[in-house]
Write a protein that binds this ligand. Structure first.
Ligand code: S3P
Ligand code: PEP
Length: 453
């Protein structure tokens, strides 16, 4: 099986989704969690010994991380579908890469690897695709300069970025200016090679997979809850020991079939083995507030993370107001939540979405555009998104959506077209491969009508 990332080379792949005449039905699994998959490969590369990973997401973003870890000297091998092993060099012993590291479309890969490289005495250059090269990197390079690493990038700190790591990193005490698990993780990863304690204060709690995995590999990490936020402390220079990892299904990917089921009348689907880390489940809370028929069965802990099976049935939805404090726990789910809101009764407001402007695309603008080109009434007010729902009546559809190299915009638009009056077309579905390989096939298996445009 060829696992090299491809999006950069492939021609645009337009797709159309058409309103079906039959409900969606079935029992499925979604691919492994992207955040946990990146971290599993990185921690495996930083640890002593052999880490075995089950359920790894084989999406292009994660394959970029696998390639980068190989270029830094780790032995990364696929044993079977979702089964990978990584033999690490031991903390602090990564090698200088011989060529530029291409992180493709992945912000998580680029920012976390900056943290890893910053505290190794090596030189490296990072680049990415057109989307990633437009995304801000100063949010990691500014604090990481404080440990003694040096960075030179394009205007605004954008990729390509040259990094000169330091052999003697100073431990940081840093308060995050934005709620970002990527920035928190970059600082903690850099702190692994610093003598003493690295402290990251986050004003809003963000996903804690890095903290969980640090402990799983033997590091000492403490977390103190402070209001909506947390203070994370890492003791530097731990021995990281290889540990097996079981990756749960990605709740951010599950969001797409979930919303599809909710908006296609008569549908009922079960999604098995979805990660339910409480810092990732803001969408489920919000959908329950909208009156969605969404229940969790068989809740259990697997590989240190809570997981469960989701049972979803179509039904009427009410408008919702999502508070700013909930944004980090569902930051990637707003485009598809906006699709659900388009079918609800009443006007929904999602507050405080400024971070959506710096994702793979400006998702605030792209989400509003994907709705309005399909006849949904929507406004952006400051950093809020306001959506006037149709009250269950199918919105017009018939639009061609620009996806701007953004997988989540592409999948959200395709979900919308399953419930609109006329089909919805996306200009390029190729980027769906970054996080959700075989998305269209999985949806077709449930009865969705998705075809090449
Ligand atoms: O740490 C992570 O794995 C991620 C953090 C989030 O980004 P920010 O840290 O920029 O909010 C999220 O949008 C991204 O998909 C994955
Ligand atoms: C924002 C995302 O990913 P990243 O920042 O890793 O590119 C995402 O997957 O929605």
């Amino acid at each position: 099986m060829d696992h090299s990332p491809k999006t950069a080379q492939t021609a645009a792949q337009p797709l159309t989704s058409r309103p079906g005449t039959t409900p969606l039905a079935g029992q499925i699994r979604v691919p492994g969690d992207k955040s946990i998959s990146h971290r599993a490969l990185m921690f495996g590369a930083l640890a002593d010994g052999e880490t075995r990973i089950t359920g790894l997401l084989e999406g292009e973003d994660v394959l970029r991380t696998a390639d980068a870890m190989r270029a830094l000297g780790a032995d990364v091998t696929q044993l079977g579908a979702g089964q990978w092993h990584v033999r690490g060099q031991g903390r602090g012993r990564l090698q200088e890469p011989k060529d530029v590291l291409d992180m493709g479309n992945s912000g998580t890969a680029a920012r976390l690897i900056c943290g890893i490289l910053a505290s190794h005495p090596i030189f490296a250059v990072l680049t990415g695709d057109g989307s990633l090269r437009s995304r801000p990197m100063k949010r990691v390079t500014d604090p990481l300069s404080g440990i003694g690493a040096r960075f030179a990038g394009r205007a605004g700190g954008r990729l390509p970025l040259a990094i000169e790591g330091t052999a003697t990193p100073t431990p940081l005490v840093y308060r995050l200016p934005v709620a970002s698990a990527q920035v928190k993780s970059a600082i903690l990863l850099a702190g692994l090679n610093a003598e003493g304690e690295t402290v990251v204060e986050e004003p809003e709690a963000t996903r804690d997979h890095t903290e969980n995995m640090l402990r799983h590999f033997g590091a000492t990490v403490s977390v103190e809850v402070q209001g909506h936020g947390r203070v994370v402390r890492l003791v530097g220079k731990p021995r990281l020991t290889a540990a097996d990892i079981v990756v749960p299904g990605d709740p951010s990917s599950a969001a797409f079939p979930i919303i599809a089921v909710l908006i296609v009348p008569g549908s009922a689907v079960t999604i098995d083995n979805v990660g339910l880390n409480p810092l990732r489940t803001g969408l489920f809370t919000t959908l329950q507030e909208m009156g969605a028929d969404l229940t969790v069965a068989n809740e259990r802990i697997e590989g240190g993370e809570p997981v469960g099976d989701l049972i979803i049935r179509a039904g009427a939805l009410q408008a919702v107001e999502v508070p700013r404090s909930r944004v980090p726990s569902m930051v990637d789910e707003f485009p598809v939540l906006a699709v659900a809101a388009a079918f609800a009764s009443g006007t929904s407001r999602f507050r405080g979405l400024s971070e959506l402007r710096v994702k793979e695309s400006d998702r605030l603008t792209a989400t509003a555009a994907l709705l309005s080109v399909n006849g949904v009434s929507v406004e952006i007010e400051g950093d809020d998104l306001v959506i006037h729902g149709s009250g269950g009546k199918p919105p017009a559809g018939g639009g061609k959506v620009e996806t701007h190299m953004d997988h989540r915009i592409a999948m959200s638009a395709l979900v919308l077209g399953l419930g609109t009056a006329a089909p919805v077309t996306v200009d390029d579905a190729a980027f769906i491969e970054t996080s959700f390989p075989h998305f269209a096939d999985l949806m077709r298996g449930l009865g969705a009508d998705i075809v090449s445009a």
